[in-house]
Design a protein around this ligand. Structure first.
Ligand code: UD1
Ligand code: M6R
Length: 365
């Protein structure tokens, strides 16, 4: 089943040009988006007071990646909930809310308990899942199957990128009645149509990521700084590194750097800074300058051709990725980090597909 690959995680990373196509298949039509599972509910969603995203782990991170474009394309306020934390707080959920539950397996205990809680509170409950017939798919009022194909590696990879794309289509569908954002929607739809070939391009960084992994093999820790559309990329990249490579790693909001994390910076601690082109680019350029002036050991991810714009001194290691529509960039940017986590794990001699202490789906609290 792994074919020519050594591990399922590796296979699933390299499968993403295909899994993203199946996520979009039959859903991008005549310049618009058709999601059969949401069609009847779009009017209700448009009238809701807020969208609450609920999930755990990688699925939470996918929702976080979707948050900026859902807000932008729908104008509806979006709040984020880690399922267990919502339950711990018994946080307010109202009839006027649209609660969107994101889960690859559709069987995660915390997510399902949060779903019961939201149903009791009368919210419209929407599922985003990879598993047809799962409890999540059955118990939600409506939803979208991401159709990424079976994911076997405990570390979620292709489901993450398909979840983001499914939520991009959801945002486009909800916002499709707005004339003022038509041009923006057209740009994103054409970005979706070209996404798979850009994913094939970024996968060519495999060898480069293996080299980078071998330079990090003995590090104790790895920080990842992102912001805006790529805050989620920082969290998800760090989650991959910690869960499979068993290396301490933290994703951080670059805007929070001076409020604590900067104290950690020295010439030894490796720091990945995500600085691809978007509205936050110049802010990331200045973050890089500040880290360099503290002698930070930087690895900068930037858009193709931007190496000297992000690191004029030439003292950073640079990862250049293809540029896509800004809100879809997280789909591209996570891939080098998935590859890095994979190679780090193999080089450090750990089990890639069955990381220590973890289960593919966490069905108990
Ligand atoms: C559906 C068919 C697909 C077919 C297509 C043709 C299924 C599972 N999907 O896809 O095989 O090719 O029509 O038009 O038969 N749902 C939830 N919660 C969730 C996920 C989904 O309630 O978490 C519901 C949806 O609201 C919908 C149904 O499940 O009623 C199927 O969802 P989805 O597979 O996303 O719908 P289509 O893309 O229309
Ligand atoms: O099946 P789910 O998407 O609900 O799973 C949620 C998390 O348990 C899962 O994403 C976990 O964080 C992964 N092992 C991450 O790779």
């Amino acid at each position: 089943k792994k074919g020519s690959y050594d591990h399922f995680m590796q296979k699933e990373i390299h499968e993403q040009p295909h899994s993203l196509k199946t996520t979009m298949r039959g859903r991008l039509k005549d310049g618009g988006v058709l999601l059969g599972g949401l069609k009847e509910y779009l009017k209700t969603i448009r009238r809701c007071r807020r969208v609450v995203f609920i999930g755990c782990g990688t699925s939470y991170n996918a929702a976080l990646a979707a948050r900026p474009f859902v807000e932008e394309l729908t104008g509806i306020p979006v709040t984020m909930e880690v399922a267990s934390d919502l339950l711990d707080r018994q946080g307010p959920i109202y009839r006027e809310d649209t609660a969107v539950f994101v889960s690859q397996s559709g069987e995660t205990a915390d997510t399902l308990m949060a779903l019961d809680y939201a149903l009791e509170n009368g919210a419209l409950c929407v599922g985003i899942t990879n598993t047809v017939g799962s409890t999540l798919s059955r118990k939600t009022h409506c939803g979208v199957h991401i159709n990424a194909g079976c994911e076997i590696g405990v570390a979620s990879t292709k489901a993450y990128t398909s979840q983001i794309v499914a939520m991009a289509m959801m945002a486009l569908a909800i916002g499709s009645d707005q004339i003022s954002t038509q041009a923006r929607r057209d740009t994103i739809i054409s970005g979706l149509n070209n996404l798979s070939s850009n994913v094939s391009e970024v996968l060519k960084l495999d060898v480069e990521m293996k080299e980078l992994a071998s330079s990090l093999i003995d590090s104790e820790s790895l920080l990842v700084f992102g912001r805006g559309y790529n805050y989620a990329t920082a969290l998800e990249g760090a989650l991959k590194v910690k869960e499979v490579a068993l290396m301490h790693s933290e994703g951080m909001l670059a805007g929070e750097m001076k409020h604590g994390p900067l104290a950690l910076v020295d010439e030894n601690l490796p720091i990945i800074v995500i600085a691809t082109r978007d509205a936050c680019f110049s802010k990331q350029q200045s973050v890089i300058q500040q880290l360099l002036s503290r002698k930070g050991r930087l690895i900068v991810m930037c858009s193709r051709g931007d190496a000297s714009a992000v690191c004029p001194s030439g003292s950073c290691r640079v990862i250049e990725v293809p540029e896509v529509a800004d809100c879809l960039q997280p789909v591209i940017n996570i891939i080098p980090l998935q590859l890095l986590a994979y190679h780090l794990t193999v080089l450090r001699g750990f089990d890639v597909d069955q990381p220590r202490n973890l289960a593919k789906s966490v069905t108990t609290q």
